[in-house]
Design a protein around this ligand. Structure first.
Ligand code: NAP
Length: 294
């Protein structure tokens, strides 16, 4: 999802030398192939959008895969970039790197000040290692490797698999299928009370390019909207987008997770960027592009 949004954003800005690689071109778990690829291509800028990504269930069940694969992808790309002389790189982390119970909204300096959420701890530890890798190459070798921490993302090319997806794409698909079946109810996990923040993926890509073009090479930066909604409000907006007219039922037997997760975006705003796509508009665009409709 993020890689294709970055390519769209760069193309729209007139960049013509955009090199992408998917799994069939390059297995990022294979150090030698990654190092050879980077030594051959020598990109001026490198965005690391590849990762093993998933929702709570996938993170909790495939704990070894999440920590191993993410550590390998980051280490291969960051060390490989350094060996190939790549000076500027952007590493994408995730807001789950912050302590589970940290104050809200979450400031960048809360990193490593408390315990992590258990369900995705292996993934978060791998992402924290990625941030520290980038930081260490800057300190030891004078590289300009920046880490950004996006909030929950959604948009074209999202993962709509009901087992491994995140809450927003899962809701879009469930609402769509409920509408097609003519159901009277659509079930949503948990109480609907937790508050979450959602950023349209093209806004994220815009923020990443904004920072890269301005040669930003400071500390890690949160990327979000600075606003959150309850899961109930999100579910209502999704149902309206899809045109599902039945009732929303909250399944209280399912966990809520942390009550609130909102990023502080003060640092990003001070760097001259803020999100543009309102949630209602982003939902419409995501639904229009959703593969399960076609
Ligand atoms: N989605 C969110 O809500 C969210 C929120 C915060 C941060 N992020 C971060 O943003 C980045 C991108 O996330 P996304 O949502 O765009 O995920 P995504 O759609 O799953 O994209 C990840 C990409 O990485 C590729 N990949 C994984 N392992 C690989 C390997 N060994 N070799 C080659 N390619 C490999 C995947 O290929 P396959 O398709 O072949 O598996 C996929 O194309 C990640 O770093 C993620 O942590 C995402």
């Amino acid at each position: 999802m993020v890689g294709s949004a970055l390519a769209r954003r760069l193309r729209a800005a007139g960049y013509t030398s955009i090199l992408t690689a998917d799994r069939s071109d390059l297995d990022l778990l294979d150090s030698r192939s990654v190092h050879e690829f980077l030594a051959r291509e020598k990109p001026h800028y490198l965005f690391i959008a590849a990762a093993k990504v998933g929702g709570i269930q996938a993170n909790n069940l495939q704990r070894a895969d999440f920590i191993y694969q993410n550590l390998m992808i980051e280490a291969n790309l960051i060390h490989g970039a350094h060996l190939a002389g790549v000076q500027r790189l952007m590493f994408l982390g995730s807001s789950c790197i912050y302590p589970r119970d940290c104050p809200q909204p979450i400031k960048e300096e809360y990193l490593l000040t408390g315990l992590l959420e258990q369900t995705n701890e292996p993934y978060a530890i791998a992402k924290i290692a990625g941030i520290k890798l980038a930081e260490s190459y800057n300190r030891q070798y004078g590289r300009q490797y920046v880490s950004v921490m996006p909030t929950n993302l959604y948009g074209p090319n999202d993962n709509y698999d009901l087992v491994s997806s995140h809450v927003l794409p899962a809701l879009l698909r469930k609402a769509h299928e409920a509408k097609l079946r003519g159901d009277k109810e659509c079930v949503v996990w948990g109480s609907g009370a937790p508050r979450r923040e959602f950023l349209y993926v093209d806004d994220l890509a815009d923020a990443c390019v904004h920072l890269m073009e301005r040669d930003y090479d400071g500390d890690l930066v949160n990327i979000g909207t600075g606003e959150d909604v309850t899961i109930r409000e999100l579910a209502e907006m999704v149902m309206a987008t899809v045109g599902f007219e039945g009732r929303i039922v909250f399944d209280l037997s399912k966990p809520d997770g942390t009550p609130r997760k909102l990023l502080d975006v003060g640092r990003l705003e001070a760097l001259g960027w803020c999100a543009r796509t309102p949630l209602s508009e982003g939902l419409r665009l995501a639904y229009e592009a959703a593969p399960f409709r076609y």
